[in-house]
Write a protein that binds this ligand. Structure first.
Ligand SMILES: *Cc1c(COP(=O)(O)O)cnc(C)c1O
Length: 386
């Protein structure tokens, strides 16, 4: 089955562009809120880096989710979109002074601190403003995730977070400083994780760390387990909404929360990936020596995931009902890696046909670049195509 798209409206538009099905986005947000809502003390934030399109941010903000930012620019777009500052958290290994100052001025709920020198700088900048910054420490739990090597983040070899052995020392340091207040622990092990066992491993690790801290009478108000829940790139029609039920139930079952503790989540991909599609036109069909190429007007500048992580996106020819043929779908950029898919079956392609590159709502539009002096792709929401 092909996705249901307003093809006549698409034909009037210049390509390439992103199309966001806001009906699906709202259903997804409802599923997140329903499933997390079963548990007291679960707070969900949206990881803005997955997609910061203001039209989507607005819908996400209205659903009540908080925001997880990884830069000053993201803090600013979240404030503009209407996220309340007490629902904004800010992580990142390399926070610049202006970004920390912005977070302090906006009174965000938490800085997720990733090193001791960063803690000292936050303390110093907060002191200048006569403020006390709420901080959590991002701990590297040395837990692997069964996902692509470029998107694991919780192994000892990764640049993220503070080593477990240093945890008590940095907490002690925060307690000694006047302009920071220790409020919790933060973790994030990677992205596109579909094996719940990876999250169980994280829970077990956090349980151990909590016991260790209790021996030292250190109280933790907030535990933040990051994001990472994956989506079904192969079956966007059959599985449009990820299994949030199992995801939250896994944490409810395996993580031993203490009385009054809040559990925070930072979901990016699982919220926005399936509602987005990159729409592109076939420019040429070229018969190569051993292959047939469908050359399209979208490229890695519009959607870099296939070139960057060999990511799979389902592709459909939404203009054609002709018998299928096999194509390499490639873009116009001057890079050999500018390939969306190799040897895929598509209904026979002709010049002008529209191809839908599915499940592109996360890490798509937001990663677009102007390489080759190309214009950035535009994003339309379904309301704009009625
Ligand atoms: C990227 C990121 C997320 C979101 O990851 P998804 O896989 O998109 O859910 C959450 N927290 C932090 C700190 C991140 O860097």
């Amino acid at each position: 089955m092909k996705g249901v798209f307003p093809i006549d409206k698409f034909k009037e538009k210049n390509t390439p562009f992103y199309y966001y099905d806001t009906d699906l986005l709202r259903k997804t947000l409802k599923a997140v809120n329903d499933e997390a809502g079963r548990y007291e003390n679960f707070c969900v934030h949206y990881a803005v880096k997955a997609n910061a399109n203001p039209k989507l941010l607005n819908i996400i903000c209205q659903s009540g989710l908080g925001a997880d930012c990884v830069s000053g620019g993201e803090i600013q777009v979240c404030v503009n979109a209407g996220f309340p500052s007490d629902k904004i958290v800010y992580a990142g290994v390399g926070k610049s002074d202006w970004e920390i100052n912005l977070g302090l001025d906006k009174d965000i709920s938490c800085f997720n601190v990733e090193s001791l020198p960063e803690l000292d700088v936050i303390n110093e900048l907060a002191a200048k403003k006569n403020k006390v910054a709420r901080v959590a420490f991002r701990i590297n739990p040395d837990v692997g995730a069964h996902t692509h090597a470029n998107i694991t983040t919780g192994l000892a070899e990764n640049k993220f977070g503070i080593a477990m052995e240093d945890m008590e020392h940095v907490i002690q340091r925060a307690m000694d400083l006047k302009n920071v207040r220790f409020t919790g622990l933060h973790f994030h092990i990677g992205s596109q994780i579909l094996d719940m066992g990876d999250f169980v491993a994280l829970c077990n690790r956090i349980n151990d760390l909590q016991c260790q801290l209790e021996l030292h009478h250190i109280n933790v108000e907030n535990i933040n387990v990051g994001g990472g829940l994956g989506i079904d790139y192969t079956h966007p029609n059959k599985v449009p909404i990820p299994d949030f039920k199992s995801y939250f139930a896994t944490y409810a079952r395996h993580l031993k929360l203490r009385k009054g503790q809040k559990l925070h989540f930072e979901l990016g991909r699982s919220v926005v990936a399936q509602c987005g599609t990159l729409i592109s036109r076939v420019l040429y069909v070229k018969q190569g020596k051993v292959k047939q190429f469908a050359i399209v007007d979208a490229g890695m500048t519009d959607l870099i995931r296939p070139a960057l992580y060999q990511a799979y996106h389902k592709i459909e020819n939404i203009s054609s009902g002709l018998p299928v043929q096999t194509y390499d779908v490639v873009g116009p950029i001057c890079e050999s890696s500018d390939v969306f898919a190799k040897a895929v079956d598509l209904n026979e392609c002709r010049r002008g046909d529209l191809l839908a590159i599915r499940s592109a709502g996360a890490y798509g539009e937001i990663m677009a670049s102007q390489y080759n002096c190309r214009p950035l792709p535009v994003g339309f929401i379904s309301e704009e195509m009625q």
